[in-house]
Design a protein around this ligand. Structure first.
Ligand code: DON
Length: 304
């Protein structure tokens, strides 16, 4: 039934591998720096319930910043609009770990997808419960969205980032100095780092994105009204200072992570997960971005 897509993804897998310029894996998290960049996987979950894949679609990778979409969904479910008193919803035009921006914004991060914004979102989820309970809530939410219990936190990646994450530690402390952290910085930071270390396959991530894409049967976990807002934020802020370039090239909402993953949403049509660990200058996957561009073009998918 989806022969055209199957053939296209197989061809795409070959084209990406033939490119030969994979980019460089994130080097500020030693455990991610060790990963062979010459890998590529893609999974497309369609409205008819089928999933079409190619390449390393069953290999687990660190979802990193893609987790910020799920933690935001949890927070919107818990406190709704109130979160916007603590974090903005504008494009940042700055690196994902910018400190300068936080000073300009007087401690209210520009959006929930840059690191400072996600630390605030996680801090909100942490309020009134332990880091362990908070992480269970986030992981269980992802499991429910993917309809798959075999999703876990990679403790080695979390430890690796904890040992080297001085910039995030600075952001957490800086947020606290502005009065925009309710919990001790080390607790908010530790919970945030572990949330980023969730590992998933492309198939699991594509399944988890079905609710955001508003696919039939998946809308009970995230309401259509919330999904619409998540999509707007993914479009404007999902690739940091590379968001404009991504929108220009791909034309669909997406969220990247430094593990090399991209969750791409074609509203009403498909939820797509693409993974290739080598990054471009913005810290987004080089080959996953190219694959997203080619897929959107081939399928005629665009929100514009
Ligand atoms: O906080 C960090 O730096 C990482 N745990 C996540 C950053 C990230 O994924 C940025 N994405 N492209």
């Amino acid at each position: 039934m989806n022969t055209d897509l199957e053939e296209f993804l197989t061809r795409l897998d070959g084209e990406i591998r033939a490119e030969g310029d994979w980019g460089k894996p994130a080097d500020y998290i030693p455990e991610l720096a060790r990963i062979d960049p010459a890998q590529f996987g893609i999974a497309v979950a369609l409205a008819d319930g089928t999933i079409v894949t190619a390449g390393d679609a069953e290999r687990r990778f660190s979802i990193q910043s893609i987790s910020k979409v799920f933690s935001l969904a949890c927070v919107l479910g818990r406190i709704g609009e109130q979160i916007w008193t603590r974090v903005g919803r504008e494009s940042s035009g700055a690196r994902f770990d910018s400190i300068l921006l936080l000073e300009r914004e007087q401690g209210r991060p520009r959006n929930p997808f840059i690191n400072a914004g996600a630390i605030v979102t996680t801090d909100e989820l942490l309020t009134g419960r332990s880091p362990k309970e908070t992480l269970s809530e986030i992981v269980n939410f992802v499991r429910a969205a993917a309809d798959d219990d075999d999703i876990h936190i990679d403790k080695t990646v979390a430890r690796s980032e904890t040992e080297t994450g001085w910039r995030n530690a600075a952001l957490a402390n800086y947020l606290k100095s502005f009065g925009n952290l309710k919990n001790p910085p080390e607790l908010a930071l530790g919970t945030y780092i572990h949330q980023c270390a969730i590992e998933m396959t492309c198939v699991q991530l594509a399944r988890a994105g079905r609710a955001i894409a508003g696919l039939p049967g998946a809308t009970s976990i995230i309401s259509p009204a919330k999904a619409r807002r998540l999509n707007a934020l993914m479009m404007l802020c999902g690739h940091y200072d590379g968001s404009g370039d991504f929108a220009f090239r791909v034309g669909l909402p997406g969220k990247s992570g430094v593990g090399g993953g991209i969750l791409l949403i074609a509203p009403g049509r498909a939820s797509v997960a693409i993974w290739s660990p080598g990054l471009n200058a913005y810290g987004n996957s080089k080959m996953a971005t190219l694959a997203a561009e080619k897929l959107a073009q081939h399928m005629g998918w665009s929100v514009f």
